[in-house]
Write a protein that binds this ligand. Structure first.
Ligand code: SAH
Length: 377
């Protein structure tokens, strides 16, 4: 299979990469070089809709402008180094970034839609106890170019194969906590919505967060996309253990922030994600408590069977337990769906994404030390 390649001159790290510039930023750039701002729309269309990165091929730009741009700026995406397809059609790409780190992006085809799961950070700092990305530690935030580059690459590859536009929905649910990389994530999401780029509506973009309250409120003003919140427990004691950021932003305040988020968006519901961990958070009592906790928030609940990884220490609840849990919530009038596990045999399911990178937090080392000696470093 032929993978899209960016132009060779453009791969030089020293040249400014405009891939992550939204329309406003690109207009500013053209103004700064004495050009008319409408050039931004022309170039956006070439890059994001036609997959053309070489200025020499952008035939509606004047020859002198094309020459002027080439060598000065470029459009570059990460590079695909591995492409895996699972039995259910889920596809996972391992992408290498310019600094040698790598991240993962997942495409989930369903009838009538195709969802791309995008990463926002190299690793994650949040340390949720059941997540494989957390085990890897953290290296850095992705740039807006690296975030939108995942969509550009996926669209281009899939279009080449199917001759139709395949990505209809985006979920910011890959590696990392998107709200801890706020500016770059928002800029990339602006490009996703831009008519001259991908033209996705806010409803078709979902950002998943573990619940960072100040950034949630900023997001509702700047770019109110659909919001998913990783709840996973119905009380602070358990959530502190599973999602440690809860110590800073406890459940009561989180629910208040969720209500606020939906206020400006009358038809919007928050999606609460709830990973089903056997014997940990999956009893009837947990379900009843959960129903009470979310009672005043316009919401639906997404139950996620736990996706295992080596030494996780957890097991998924059985399907019958998950169904019973769902029935209790439904009886209380809460729309509840169980998320289908997709692509698990290629480790592409929720929480299994890892990539390869240098852990600047040394979390892996600390964990190994702890396991072998019992001491906490
Ligand atoms: N940092 C964001 C995005 C993370 S991944 C957040 O916390 O929402 C997206 C979802 O997958 C989150 O709800 C996350 O809690 C869940 N998840 C993580 N590890 C998982 C695992 N091993 N099995 C199932 N779901 C998992």
């Amino acid at each position: 299979m032929k993978l899209p390649v960016t132009d060779i001159a453009a791969n030089e790290a020293s040249i400014e990469n405009l891939m992550g510039h939204d329309r406003q930023a690109l207009e500013q750039y053209f103004i700064s070089i004495g050009e008319k701002p409408f050039r931004a729309a022309q170039v956006l269309k070439w890059v994001h809709q036609q997959g053309v990165y070489n200025f020499s091929d952008m035939t509606n730009l004047s020859k002198s402008l094309r020459t002027n741009l080439a060598g000065k700026v470029s459009f570059r995406t990460p590079e695909i180094i591995k492409d895996q397809v699972s039995e259910d059609g889920t596809r996972k790409w391992l992408l290498r970034l310019q600094d040698g780190n790598s991240i993962e992006t997942v495409f989930i085809p369903e009838s009538g839609r195709g969802t791309l799961c995008i990463s926002s950070q190299v690793g994650c700092t949040l340390n949720c106890s059941f997540c494989a990305t957390a085990r890897q530690g953290f290296n850095r935030n992705l740039t807006s170019a690296e975030i939108i580059g995942q969509l550009r690459l996926a669209n281009q590859l899939l279009v080449n194969e199917d001759s139709q536009r395949p990505v209809t929905n985006v979920v910011m649910m890959g590696m990392g906590e998107p709200l801890l990389n706020y500016d770059n994530v928002v800029q990339a999401m602006q490009l996703m919505q831009e008519d001259f780029a991908y033209g996705l509506s806010k409803r078709r973009i979902t950002l998943s967060t573990s619940g960072l309250l100040p950034e949630m409120s900023r997001l509702s003003r700047d770019c109110a996309v659909s919001l998913a919140v990783s709840l996973h427990a119905p009380d602070d004691e358990l959530r502190n253990e599973l999602v440690p950021i809860n110590r800073k932003y406890p459940i009561k305040e989180l629910m208040q922030a969720c209500r606020e988020y939906t206020k400006g968006l009358p038809h919007q519901k928050i999606t609460f994600e709830y990973v089903m961990l056997e014997g940990v958070n999956d009893t009837d009592a947990h379900a009843r408590k959960l129903a009470k906790v979310v009672a005043n928030v316009p919401c639906k609940i997404n139950l996620i069977p736990f996706n295992p990884f080596t030494d996780s220490g957890y097991r998924s609840s059985s399907m019958s337990r998950i169904n019973r849990f769902r029935d209790i919530l439904m009886q209380k009038g809460i729309i509840t769906v169980t998320r289908k596990t997709r692509g698990d045999e290629i480790d592409a399911a929720c929480g299994q994404l890892a990539g390869k990178f240098t852990d600047r937090t040394q979390r892996t080392l600390r964990l190994q030390h702890q396991q072998s000696t019992g001491d906490i470093l």
